[in-house]
Design a protein around this ligand. Structure first.
Ligand SMILES: C[S@@+](CC[C@H](N)C(=O)[O-])C[C@H]1O[C@@H](n2cnc3c(N)ncnc32)[C@H](O)[C@@H]1O
Length: 266
């Protein structure tokens, strides 16, 4: 299959991603949300990985998802767009003695692998950074073997377009590499359009500390009060989605929604 070169806008967006994650790579090794999130165990439970499987993890960052699956499969390729993340994942895999994990730089929208290569493709808390998520899902279907399994987790938005836009705009002010969190319906439609059938879909709340949320992306101090103000003073519909609590940077919390989808390739 041939790959169209990304347009300029996509290239710029991906450059922002590399810079943003390159500068904050070490935060992702220790981030509790990423290292200990409940969705890691839930993915393994739902996927039921097999010991002879070749797995690919897309947008691995510090490698938490790849390393969770590694003991259950024959091999895992942990990939990411950001060179600093790939280097970090490689170092951590060595430290952990995971000798069936290899690492590689890869763009989720143009995966550098042959058709029908993997039994499992995972991607967790990353697709909201991809400019063309439908292209990503097509690429997953391409590199998966027939009947191979795609398992993804990402922050999702409700169907209400106004709430979705307010949330995405607010996230982008914290993290310029945030492109768009999508609804479950959109993700399921992308899977079907790529020839996969969705075998499981669920959502789960994820409580976030405001301080952690801004620290993890090194948000400048002078921008934090405005982000907090807009969270606490959002419309009723947005508040119903984000469920803010607290009244200060060090005690405010809110709830994100993680969507988990498992799909089987045709
Ligand atoms: C929040 S982190 C992922 C967390 C990780 N999957 C985990 O389970 O801990 C997001 C990652 O997406 C990567 N990323 C962003 N755009 C990408 C793209 N187009 N292709 C591959 N990786 C990308 C970033 O470099 C970053 O490392």
């Amino acid at each position: 299959m041939s790959h169209e070169p990304p347009n300029v806008t996509d290239a710029v967006a991906k450059d922002v991603n590399r810079r943003q994650f390159g500068a904050n790579a070490s935060n992702y090794a220790t981030s509790v949300v990423h290292a200990k999130g409940a969705s890691l165990a839930r993915l393994v439970e739902l996927v039921e990985p097999q010991s002879d499987w070749a797995a690919l993890d897309v947008a691995s960052a510090a490698g938490h998802t790849a390393f969770t699956f590694a003991p259950h499969v024959a091999s895992v390729v942990a990939t990411d767009l950001t060179p600093e993340m790939v280097a970090l994942a490689s170092d951590r895999a060595n430290e952990l003695g995971l000798d069936n994990v290899t690492t590689q730089i890869a763009d989720a929208e143009s995966l550098p692998f042959d058709d029908d290569t993997f039994d499992l493709v995972t991607c967790r808390i990353a697709p909201h950074h991809f400019p063309n998520p439908d292209t990503f899902v097509s690429e997953v279907a391409r590199v998966l073997r027939p009947a191979g399994v795609f398992a993804m987790v990402d922050n999702v938005v409700p169907d209400d377009a106004a709430v979705a836009q307010t949330y995405n705009d607010w996230e982008r002010r914290r993290d310029p590499s945030h492109i768009e969190a999508l609804s479950m319906d959109r993700w399921e439609a992308f899977c079907r359009a790529a020839g996969m059938s969705v075998t499981h879909a669920e959502t789960a709340p994820k409580r976030m500390g405001f301080q952690f949320w801004v620290d993890n992306m090194s948000v400048p101090e002078n921008e934090r009060p405005g982000l907090l103000h807009d969270l606490l003073n959002a419309s009723d519909d947005v508040r119903a989605f984000l469920q803010p609590s607290g009244d200060a940077i060090d005690n405010a919390e809110f709830v994100l929604t993680e969507g988990l989808i498992v799909a089987a390739n045709s």
